[in-house]
Design a protein around this ligand. Structure first.
Ligand SMILES: C[S@@+](CC[C@H](N)C(=O)[O-])C[C@H]1O[C@@H](n2cnc3c(N)ncnc32)[C@H](O)[C@@H]1O
Ligand SMILES: [Zn+2]
Length: 169
C-alpha cells in the first residue's frame, strides 16, 4: 500500500536529536533560475503534534520555503519499505511521481518536521524534480508551518490540526 508521506522508527530517533533540523539563518538555494534566498525557519515543539516547524520571519504567499529532502527510491522499493515500516505503525512516504518516492528517513532535512493541517498555510509542489514546501498565503513570524499531507493510506491517525477536526491521516 502506498502512502504519500512516511515516518519510520529511525526517523523518530533522528527527530529526537536537537541539533537536527534548523534553517535558523538565511540560506541560499541554487535553482535553474538562479539563487533564491530561503526564509528562516526553526524546529520547535508543536501544540499540534511533537515537533513542528515555525517561521522566524514574515514570508509572502508563494515564497519557496524549503525542499523536502530524503532518499529518492522507486515506488517498488517504497512498497517494500512501507510494508516493513507499516508493521511498526510509522510509515510515511512522499510520492514525487508515479514511479518515484522520497523517503525522508534517509538524508531528510528539517522539512520532515512540518506537521499536517487540513487548512494549511503552505502547500507542496514539485519543481525541477524537487518537492518544495511553499507559502500558501502570507505567513507571519512565529506561525507554525503546515501543509496537507494528502495521505491515501489506512487513515489510522486522528488529525489534531484544530479542535474538532474529524479527518484522519
Ligand atoms: C513528518 S512527521 C511531522 C513531525 C512530527 N510532529 C514529529 O514530531 O515527529 C509526521 C507525523 O506527525 C504527526 N502529525 C503531523 N500532523 C499531524 C496532525 N495534524 N494531527 C496528528 N498528528 C500529526 C503524525 O503522527 C505523523 O506521523
Ligand atoms: Zn485536520
Amino acid at each position: 500500500m502506498m502512502l504519500r508521506f512516511c515516518v519510520t522508527r529511525e526517523l523518530r530517533r533522528q527527530l529526537c536529536r536537537p541539533e537536527v533540523g534548523h534553517q535558523a539563518s538565511r540560506t541560499k538555494r541554487h535553482t535553474r533560475l538562479g539563487a533564491i534566498y530561503l526564509p528562516r525557519i526553526r524546529r520547535k515543539r508543536s501544540a499540534l503534534h511533537g515537533w513542528g516547524v515555525f517561521a522566524l520571519e514574515d514570508m509572502n504567499k508563494n515564497k519557496r520555503i524549503i525542499t523536502y529532502d530524503g532518499e529518492k527510491i522507486t515506488s517498488k522499493e517504497s512498497e517494500d519499505r512501507e510494508d516493513r515500516y507499516l508493521r511498526r505503525g510509522e510509515i510515511w512516504c512522499f510520492r514525487v511521481t508515479r514511479r518515484s518516492v522520497i523517503d525522508a528517513n534517509v538524508n531528510g532535512n528539517v522539512a520532515r518536521f512540518i506537521n499536517h493541517a487540513c487548512k494549511p498555510n503552505c502547500y507542496s509542489n514539485i519543481i525541477d524534480h524537487k518537492i518544495w514546501i511553499i507559502a500558501g498565503r502570507n505567513i507571519k513570524a512565529g506561525e507554525e508551518l503546515t501543509y496537507d499531507y494528502h495521505t491515501d493510506g489506512d487513515k489510522e491517525i486522528v488529525c489534531r490540526c484544530r479542535p474538532g477536526c474529524t479527518n484522519r491521516l
